[in-house]
Design a protein around this ligand. Structure first.
Ligand SMILES: NC(=O)c1ccc[n+]([C@@H]2O[C@H](COP(=O)([O-])OP(=O)(O)OC[C@H]3O[C@@H](n4cnc5c(N)ncnc54)[C@H](O)[C@@H]3O)[C@@H](O)[C@H]2O)c1
Length: 286
């Protein structure tokens, strides 16, 4: 039987940070969320308490609302992370911001504590370069939305202690999610494969091989893909996918070169479901 750490810190209580904090609280941990200022801390607290209330109402936890709320703290100073067994950084995807947040956390943590980042694209080894204890550091790449996403990528840096990887697998399993272990590499496993499929589907559409709906149906019915690569791209956001493709193109070469059709749709503001149009029309379903 796996357990989560007793006290977990989360740096950045935005979309992902609040979701990660929510997952650990429901699994029985005490959680402290550190935000950049009082206003952001108040919004993070409200976001987190609302999602906890919904979980209690849906009956997805046996713990009562008051006990869950009492297990949540918010703060604006990294000093509040002292005593945490695990800290997960979830500030915006900016290298300098993450390096600073991780270094501040490491200074107040005990030498046995684990430090993790939820980065989607920054190298774990690069972020570890600013730390004194890189062996206690790894990636925990949660997916959005955290409560309903099954997968967490446990991303190992060159210096990550294998015992920490084992612990992390146990923690993710205790959250009711499935860990996969991935060596630090561009796009980890999920973005690299997901984007490769998405880009090829866009090239096929561009070349007139089949319609968007038929390309998606090929993957849905032929390979049990839940949505199809083009519909998935519409949901993720064409701009988000283009950004990842550009990064993978830079680091892994020509096979990730973004197709012209993707660039054109993004330039025209057709970003997928969030703007009402991508490869499909979404006006009815927004
Ligand atoms: N949104 C997604 O789909 C998704 C999925 C997987 C991973 N990620 C990664 O998760 C991380 C967070 O993304 P998000 O979508 O939650 O962003 P977000 O903008 O919703 O949340 C970021 C939070 O960090 C806070 N913050 C900013 N600077 C801070 C600081 N110095 N100290 C403490 N808090 C600070 C902000 O106030 C905000 O609440 C990014 O690295 C992103 O790449 C995002």
């Amino acid at each position: 039987m796996n357990d989560v750490p007793g006290r977990v810190g989360v740096i950045g209580g935005g979309r992902m940070g609040a979701g990660i904090a929510h997952a650990f609280v429901l699994a029985g941990a005490g959680v402290v969320v550190v935000e950049r200022d009082d206003e952001a801390a108040a919004s993070a607290s409200a976001r987190l308490l609302e999602s906890v209330r919904q979980s209690v109402e849906r009956g997805t936890t046996d713990i009562g609302y008051d006990a869950l709320a009492a297990a949540i703290e918010t703060a604006t100073d990294a000093a509040a992370l002292a005593g945490c067994h695990l800290v997960v950084e979830a500030v915006p995807e900016d290298r300098e911001l993450k390096l600073a947040a991780l270094a501040r956390a490491e200074r107040v943590l005990g030498s046995d504590a684990a430090l993790a980042t939820n980065t989607s694209s920054i190298s774990i080894d690069d972020l570890a370069s600013g730390l004194d204890r890189p062996e206690r550091f790894l990636g925990l790449h949660f997916f959005n939305p955290v409560p309903t996403s099954q997968l967490v990528e446990v991303v190992t840096g060159a210096a990550t202690d294998p015992a920490l990887v084992d612990d992390a697998r146990g923690w993710i399993t205790a959250l009711g999610k499935t860990p996969i272990v991935v060596r630090d590499s561009p796009g980890f496993a999920s973005s690299r494969l997901g984007v490769a499929l998405g880009l090829e589907a866009i090239r096929m559409l561009e070349e007139g091989v089949a319609s968007a709906a038929d390309i998606d149906a090929a993957m849905q019915l032929g390979y049990r893909h839940p949505l199809g690569p083009l519909r998935t791209t519409d949901l993720v956001g064409l701009d988000v996918r283009l950004g990842i493709a550009e990064e993978l193109h830079r680091r892994l070469g020509e096979r990730f070169a973004p197709p012209e059709l993707l660039r054109r749709l993004v330039a025209d503001g057709h970003l997928g479901r969030k703007t009402g149009r991508g490869f499909y029309e979404w006006s009815e379903q927004r």
